[in-house]
Ligand binder design. Structure first.
Ligand SMILES: N[C@@H](CCC(=O)N[C@@H](CS)C(=O)NCC(=O)O)C(=O)O
Length: 206
């Protein structure tokens, strides 16, 4: 059976769990990650030297980290969750990588300050800068979804929608002033209609 190491309060862990549920795979999940179980121990570092969750272990023993790489691996090995059309495939990869490299870094400071209340994240200028960057990235996503396709790469649901849906979930549930982004919100509601989407974007976990 495949294994996933990581607490469900991490959106990066929930990306993998959502994909596995879409695929109908049975998996075993172990709680790792602060504050539940410190990953900075030799047993965990042997699996991921970054001391980060998620870690995915396939049933043949392959061990992977980096949530979006795990999504790509699952899509390739299970022949699912990526569009067949080559242009739509390219767009799915583009948005998946954008989520990790542009969108995710934008919310870092604001998320620690506003949602987690992490000590040391209390500089008003840095909070404002992070909120502004985060909203700016969400504007980019809204403009793409305004083109009318139901999913980010086109007609088909893909792993890029998983990564973006969870990101939107965090954006909507972080208590700060935000303008309405109707296309982002419609995409989010469409994803919540999927059983696995509703399961992994619950109201009680931002
Ligand atoms: N780029 C990594 C980031 C992973 C990451 O930042 N994980 C966080 C949780 S979301 C983590 O492990 N934090 C330390 C901890 O929970 O102990 C990925 O996408 O998998």
């Amino acid at each position: 059976m495949v294994r996933v190491l990581g607490r469900v309060t991490s959106i990066n862990v929930r990306k993998v769990l959502w994909a596995l549920d879409e695929l109908g795979e049975i998996y075993d999940r172990e709680d790792w990650g602060l504050p539940i179980r410190d990953p900075k121990v030799p047993e965990f570092l042997a699996l991921n030297p970054n001391a980060q969750i998620p870690v995915f272990i396939d049933d043949d023993g392959l061990t992977l980290w980096e949530s979006n790489a795990i999504l790509l691996y699952l899509a390739k090995t299970r022949s699912a969750l990526l569009p067949v059309d080559i242009h739509a495939y390219g767009r799915a990869l583009q948005w998946l990588i954008w989520q990790a490299t542009e969108l995710n870094p934008a919310w870092g400071y604001a998320h620690h300050a506003i949602a987690r209340k992490t000590p040391g994240y209390d500089d008003p200028a840095k909070i404002a800068e992070s909120v502004s960057r985060w909203n700016g990235q969400m504007d980019i996503l809204d403009a793409e979804l305004a083109k009318g396709a139901p999913f980010i790469a086109g007609e088909d649901f893909s792993i890029a929608d998983i990564a973006l849906g969870l990101s939107t979930h965090r954006w909507l549930r972080t208590p700060f002033e935000r303008k309405a982004l109707p296309h982002v919100e419609a995409h989010y509601e469409r994803l919540r209609q999927r059983p696995a989407g509703a399961k992994w974007m619950p109201d009680n976990i931002p």
